[in-house]
Design a protein around this ligand. Structure first.
Ligand code: AHR
Length: 519
């Protein structure tokens, strides 16, 4: 069947927040220690302890936002352990994760707030902190905000100025995004939604006061939501009790509601045809999670503009376990799933305000992998790079006429989600999205058919010229994965203009295509 993609310029969804291309870096395995921070280890070049090879790869992606320090780690992290002279910082156990060298569950606190802000400055990215609700309290969170953002003469603000070696923190680091906890329904304290609502309300109340009276720069507050819809409803219901509604939201306390979604099928590099499609089907649960969270917001905060953020998402294969620092091979199949997750985000550009893939370096569906000598890009990195032009453009309704592969996507999800029974799912062979910028349109699509190349016709209701076109993973197998010597790059692809606003591309099996059209 010929596949057709119609780009409907008159049906605009909304601006694609650049923050949808955000990242997440936790004190877990070799993400921070080894992957980003090597301190005085001189086996690789560093700037101020940060690996330059990792930095250069990430700088090329224009990363908009980076979430830190966890994850589960965040709800047992005390930020004051990680500031001041390094030799005086305490070493703590890491309750959840082996770090750096395998099987060492310890946190040296060499990398803390000031190092993280320096990393963000070097990347030109917005920091996003996850505050400790599990073992911390509102005072600790408020102190952290004061340390980071206060432009006055308090002791905490002076401490920042002493510890900030770059001078960028003179008037404050201006940290915009503040997550109030992480997965507090699970590793973050196993709270009920009602209990979390009380905790959130207290933290958010003080952070809001801070934002209003002490800092010129606004802070965005992110609440912990869940893919278990009952949590979202009970949390929002409880949050509203006693505080009332302002502008259609519970006392205007939150800006974003966060959900997390991980998925897998088969092993990282060993999967059959059924598992290939099953993983793609399961990645589409991200879209269901967003829709569920939005439905809860519509019901409980009807006139608000609270956004949904997906601040952890990606593939989590059985090979990634705590003892190996959640490392797994990163394949073309994983990257294909990321492409269609972005298509789903774009389709919901009016709802999703941020997304953060888990995790940036070495862990889970990372973008960069490292060893003691080098850093290299994964196939998922290449998808981020190919999709980058969408950032900040206006998402267009994109109608795809394609055949599909039927697969049973059921079976166990993560424990937090519970078992799913048989779940018949149609995986469209072609997934696509498009956006419009100034005098140009950018269209991306993936041919997820494992066996066949497909002719894909792209149409729009205006004449246009092809400015640029590239394809990823042509002539590669879905189980191919990145190694120091095996990387993946975008190649040129022919686009035939068949009429006014009509183009045809032959998309190889298991490939991703990006086309830029001048208007
Ligand atoms: O990304 C790994 C872990 O997955 C995070 O620490 C936690 O938030 C989630 O369960």
């Amino acid at each position: 069947m010929a596949v057709e993609i119609h780009l409907r310029r008159h049906d605009r969804i909304g601006e694609i927040a650049p923050e949808l291309y955000g990242h997440f870096a936790e004190h877990l395995g070799r993400c921070i220690y080894g992957g980003v921070w090597v301190g005085d280890d001189d086996r690789v070049s560093t700037t101020d302890g940060i690996r330059e090879d990792t930095l250069e790869l990430l700088q090329d992606l224009n990363m908009p936002v980076l979430r830190w320090p966890g994850g589960c780690f965040a709800d047992d992290y005390h930020w004051e352990d990680g500031v001041g002279p390094r030799e005086e910082r305490p070493v703590r156990r890491n309750l959840h994760w082996a770090q750096g060298r395998a099987e060492v569950f310890q946190e040296p606190n060499d990398f803390g707030t000031d190092e993280f802000v320096r990393l963000c400055d070097a990347l030109g990215t917005e920091p996003y902190f996850a505050a400790n609700v599990g073992t911390g309290d509102p005072q600790e969170t408020l102190d952290w905000a004061e340390y980071c953002n206060y432009d006055g003469d308090t002791t905490l603000a002076e401490r920042r100025r002493e510890n900030d070696r770059t001078g960028t923190g003179e008037s404050g680091y201006g940290v915009k995004y503040w997550g109030v906890g992480n997965e507090n329904w699970g590793c973050g304290g196993r709270m009920s939604p009602e209990r979390y609502a009380e905790e959130f309300r207290q933290h958010a109340n003080y952070l809001r006061t801070f934002s209003g009276s002490m800092s010129a720069r606004d802070m965005d507050l992110v609440a912990v939501g869940h893919i278990n819809d009952d949590w979202n409803r009970r949390f929002l219901d409880q949050l509203e009790r006693g505080v009332g509604w302002v502008d259609g939201a519970p006392h205007n306390l939150l800006d974003h509601l966060a959900v997390h979604r991980y998925y897998s099928a088969g092993d990282d590099t060993d999967f059959d045809d059924g598992q290939y499609y099953k993983l793609l089907a399961r990645s589409e649960r991200v879209a269901e999670d967003i829709d569920d969270a939005k439905a809860a917001l519509d019901e409980f905060a009807p006139r608000s503009d609270i956004g949904v953020v997906v601040d952890e998402w990606g593939v989590w294969h059985p090979q990634a376990i705590s003892e190996n620092g959640l490392e797994q091979a990163n394949t073309v199949r994983d990257a294909l799933s990321a492409a269609s997750v972005f298509d789903d985000f774009h389709e919901r550009a009016d709802v999703v305000t941020m997304a953060n893939i888990a995790q940036t370096v070495n862990v889970l569906q990372c973008l960069v992998q490292t060893n003691e000598e080098a850093a290299w890009a994964t196939p998922t990195y290449e998808v981020f790079d190919l999709y980058r032009p969408h950032m900040g453009q206006t998402a267009l309704d994109t109608v795809v006429e394609t055949d599909a592969h039927t697969v049973d996507a059921g079976g166990p999800g993560r424990a937090s989600e519970g078992e799913r029974g048989r779940d018949e799912h149609e995986v469209d062979y072609v997934s696509a999205s498009a956006s419009e910028g100034e005098e140009s349109i950018y269209a991306t699509f993936s041919n997820r058919d494992r066996d066949r190349a497909r002719d894909v016709a792209v149409t729009l209701d205006a004449d246009a010229t092809v400015e640029d076109a590239g394809v990823l993973f042509a002539n590669r197998e879905p189980d191919e994965h990145s190694t120091p010597d095996e990387t993946f790059e975008t190649e040129g692809v022919d686009v035939e203009k068949t009429g006014d606003g009509e183009f045809v591309v032959e998309a190889p099996s298991s490939s991703v295509v990006g086309i830029s059209l001048g208007l």
